[in-house]
Design a protein. Structure first.
Length: 132
């Protein structure tokens, strides 16, 4: 279920220091309840059907990390928004951060879509910090 039509591409910086394109999809922030706690996730749902790209071992491993606990191929990215995560603006349309050992970039098609997601991420981080 897509509730926003924010189109973007997801990239990951590989060990070769090259950015790998993991696909184009629709970005949204959703809220789930896990063990009674509210958790917000940044997700990107793949455009079209399935992931038909051939992949090396490193790429396959990165795809699993990007999706987190979500097994479905329709998800390119499914990551919790964490207060300790340092999200950065890399131009007027690119969101970047480092998640464990992986540098992730989400490049939005429209600047206004990027700004909306950016504001939502930081309002979520503010709420989480106030709760602690």
């Amino acid at each position: 279920m897509i509730t926003a039509n924010y189109r973007a591409k997801v990239y990951v910086l590989l060990t070769s220091r090259n950015w790998e394109d993991f696909g184009t999809g629709h970005v949204d922030i959703i809220q789930e309840f896990i063990d009674g706690n509210s958790v917000n996730y940044l997700r990107v749902i793949r455009e079209g059907t399935g992931d038909n790209t051939e992949s090396s071992g490193e790429i396959i491993e990165m795809k699993k990390k990007l999706r987190g606990f979500q097994e479905e191929e329709e998800y390119i990215l499914y990551k919790p928004i964490l207060k300790e995560m340092n999200y950065e603006k890399n131009s007027s349309q690119i969101l970047t951060w480092i998640d464990k050992d992986m540098e992730i970039a989400v490049s939005f098609q429209e600047e206004k879509d990027f700004e909306d997601i950016w504001q939502r991420i930081y309002s979520i981080k503010d709420v989480v910090e106030k709760e602690d």
